[in-house]
Design a binder for this molecule. Structure first.
Ligand code: FAD
Length: 473
């Protein structure tokens, strides 16, 4: 059979292993691997600053896997693909599907135009265990509650595809002449704040696999309980790699099943299920990043207060666990899931600021910032999502600290100025007697902030705000 040239357009699948599009390209022809930074398409949700840094390093790694032969471009994908197809006489273009609404719309248009010009196009599922249109209720409508979605929908559907190997023998097409370098994409900031951030991580397909193996070896056993304790090593921290597709969820799913068992395994798989659920919600609700899924919340009396927002962003609220989380985010580009819930609840309930502020800050600062997961997470925490936390569940950052970070390991990592405070007051320093504060070298309002709001008063204010929209229902 005569081999043709096949363009493999990489997007959120920056890996060789279990990459359905690349697998087909390598089977059928000479592979022309391409990445196109499309940050000019209309759409408000372009990448945040932290994810741009991750992408830079991930592309460097992918390019290395192709011995420097990854074609790198910036601009309008349709024009670039058409030009490449013409220059290299490519008969086929393949890619793995993306699910952000603006990308789906763009890709449908690109596919139709290329096909009309006689180029064969195939797209594959490379980033979800089940495609959103496959998991529906018996009446063919999408699930709106997680447990039936996962237990009845996903687990009763066909099992996820088993991972494909990396192509064994890949014949590469001719080198692409007009490719730019990863550096030319200008993904890194001009002021190099990113080096500190990225120093906490190892980026790329090989590192992602090593992180997975480390987690399966050391973290999965005990995951169900341990995942709630931010000071313990019981979470995988695979979310940035899953977002950029350095690992497929299929690889994670089957490797976890191979290594784990019992409730720890079930719980871990169900967290991958939450990821699927978020994508399903976005797929069926394109405006989820902007609009409350429960429209009653459109009348919610949010407050506007730039000062409290900035103090939340900077980790200077005077609530040590909240501040630890916000500083973890700023310093490492990651925040533990339990702490995301606590800091989120604090923003939307105790500070009564709109969840959009939190969503946008996370979108910019998280290395795993992901439109589906981030929007679903914020709608959940704000109580306005379809299967959300009940509004009256207001996380108390003092109790949460005492319960989930009892020895302060996590909190003190990011709020070291409280290191000498007896544990009894670690999460409520304002209640410590003056002499204890003095002995610990703490002056509230100077070395560590006074609490920004009173917990009980702000909780009641939030509940009254909620009552006001319930009356209107
Ligand atoms: P693990 O516990 O090791 O879980 C393994 C994988 O399962 C994760 O990598 C992730 O892909 C998935 N997962 C775990 N928990 C959830 C969850 N609650 N929802 C959806 N998927 C989950 N996750 C993102 O990937 N990107 C985001 O932008 C994001 N924003 C969030 C915002 C808020 C307000 C909240 C409450 C949660 C958000 N999450 C987001 C979900 C969750 O916090 C992270 O996926 C998780 O903390 C990642 O850490 P991990 O890889 O160590 O998780």
């Amino acid at each position: 059979m005569k081999r043709k040239t096949v363009i493999c357009w990489f997007r959120q699948d920056l890996r060789l292993e279990d990459n359905p599009a690349l697998f087909v390209a390598a089977e059928e022809g000479y592979v022309l691997p391409v990445y196109i930074l499309d940050d000019s398409s209309p759409g408000t949700w372009q990448m945040g600053s932290a994810t741009r840094c991750w992408l830079h390093h991930s592309l460097v790694s992918l390019n290395r896997s192709f011995d420097g032969k990854l074609g790198i471009f910036r601009g309008e994908p349709l024009e670039i693909l058409k030009t490449l197809a013409r220059q290299h006489k490519a008969e086929k273009i393949v890619w793995n599907r993306c699910y952000e609404p603006w990308r789906m719309k763009r890709d449908q248009g690109i596919k139709a135009t290329l096909q009309a010009e006689g180029i064969e196009v195939s797209s594959f599922n490379g980033s979800l265990l089940w495609e959103p249109h496959e998991v529906l209720k018996q009446n063919n409508t999408p699930y709106r509650v997680f447990t039936p979605f996962f237990r009845r929908g996903c687990l009763n559907a066909l099992p996820p595809r088993t991972p494909l190997p990396a192509p064994q023998r890949m014949l590469m097409a001719d080198t692409i002449d007009n490719s730019i370098s990863v550096q030319d994409l200008n993904l890194l900031p001009s002021i190099p704040w990113d080096s500190q951030l990225i120093s906490h991580w190892s980026v790329g397909e090989n590192s992602a696999r090593q992180s997975l193996l480390r987690f399966l070896d050391q973290g999965l056993n005990g995951y169900k309980e341990g995942r709630d304790f931010p000071g313990q090593n019981h979470v995988s921290r695979l979310s940035p790699a899953l977002h950029f597709g350095e690992l497929s969820p299929n690889t994670v799913w089957y490797e976890a099943k191979r290594c784990g068992s019992g409730q720890d395994l079930d719980h871990f798989l169900s967290e991958l299920g939450w990821r699927e659920f978020a994508y399903t919600l976005l797929y069926h609700n394109h405006d989820m990043p902007e609009k409350n899924l429960q429209s009653a919340f459109d009348a919610f009396p949010w407050v506007h207060n730039d000062e409290t927002l900035i103090r939340w962003q900077q980790g200077m609220t005077g609530y040590p666990l909240v501040d630890a989380g916000m500083r973890e985010l700023w310093q490492t580009g990651y925040m533990h899931n339990r702490v995301r819930m606590i800091t989120g609840s604090f923003l939307v309930k105790n500070l009564l600021l709109h969840w959009h502020y939190g969503q946008q800050w996370f979108h910019d600062c998280l290395l795993d910032a992901d439109l589906a997961n981030n929007s679903a997470g914020w709608q959940w925490i704000a109580g306005c999502g379809v299967d959300a936390a009940p509004y009256f569940r207001v996380f108390n950052p003092v109790r949460q600290g005492e319960k989930f970070d009892p020895d302060g390991t996590y909190t003190l990592r990011f709020v070291p100025e409280l290191a000498k405070l007896p544990k009894k007051y670690l999460f409520n320093p304002w209640e410590a007697p003056k002499n204890i504060l003095q002995e610990a070298g703490i002056t509230l309002g100077k070395t560590y902030p006074e609490p920004i709001v009173d917990l009980a008063i702000s909780r009641n204010r939030a509940l009254s705000a909620y009552a006001s929209i319930r009356k209107k229902k």
